[in-house]
Design a protein around this ligand. Structure first.
Ligand code: SAH
Length: 221
């Protein structure tokens, strides 16, 4: 694991972060790799200074442009669901946002591609990932509903904004045996895991109810 920068504000004490990890365990997160990475990842660096003191609460928080940094439990749950069947080499994330989920995933997979439609959020995420020396991430400003065909096929795809239906472009970019973890729906959303079987068909599992911002089309510069 990389040596991440934990300096900065006062809320970064090991005890504060360990309390968050205990809460995640109580809520059912059991993958030790995921828990270790969440403990090591400085979430306060992914928030504006005015909110940084709340970084180790298990809650989503605003990051500007009507978007939110995902709740740590949700990040852990989605990462665990993506990694459940073994290590992943080539992964796509849709919705970089603050870059926090990106930073967590980058420590657990070989290569990570991440797309974001709002340029200023992507710019901030890029400098945070560089500061943390997470060099196995490639970012692109684009509409992630289309996936990133040139970089695929992917053995994992993780989507952090909710479409009404699973986009067929993302299914098409899954490698055989690959998994897509995605929130789907409108007011009522379900977190789903879709697996592409070796014979080319797909199976879908419903993991739990969730609340994400919507997957939108079009770019913000
Ligand atoms: N994982 C991020 C979540 C950010 S919220 C974090 O923890 O910070 C979801 C993000 O998805 C927002 O930044 C939003 O701009 C982005 N998004 C929504 N629709 C998108 C699309 N079609 N393509 C790329 N990004 C999209």
């Amino acid at each position: 694991m990389v040596d991440l920068d934990l300096q900065g504000i006062g809320m970064t004490s090991r005890r504060t972060r360990e309390r968050l990890i205990s809460r995640l365990k109580e809520k059912g997160i059991s993958d030790q790799r995921v828990l270790d990475v969440l403990l090591a990842t400085p979430r306060h660096l992914f928030l504006d200074e005015a909110l940084a003191h709340r970084a180790y609460e298990d809650t989503s928080l605003p990051i500007g442009f009507n978007q939110t940094i995902s709740q740590p439990y949700t990040v852990a749950r989605m990462t665990e669901a993506l990694l459940a069947d073994g290590p992943l080499k080539n992964v796509l994330e849709v919705g970089t946002g603050s870059g926090y989920q990106t930073a967590v995933l980058a420590q657990l997979v070989d290569q990570l591609c991440s797309v974001e439609r709002i340029r200023p959020l992507q710019d901030k995420a890029r400098s945070r990932l560089q500061r943390l020396k997470l060099y196995n991430v490639t970012l692109r400003h684009s509409d992630g509903g289309m996936g990133w065909p040139e970089k695929g096929p992917f053995d994992g795809i993780l989507v952090t904004a909710a479409p009404a239906e699973v986009p067929s472009e993302l299914l098409a970019q899954l490698a055989p045996g690959g998994r897509l973890v995605i929130p789907v729906g409108g007011d009522l959303q379900q977190l789903k895991r879709v697996t592409r079987l070796e014979n080319g068909s797909y199976t879908t599992e419903v993991l739990e109810g969730v609340k994400f911002v919507p997957l939108l089309s079009g770019l913000v510069r």
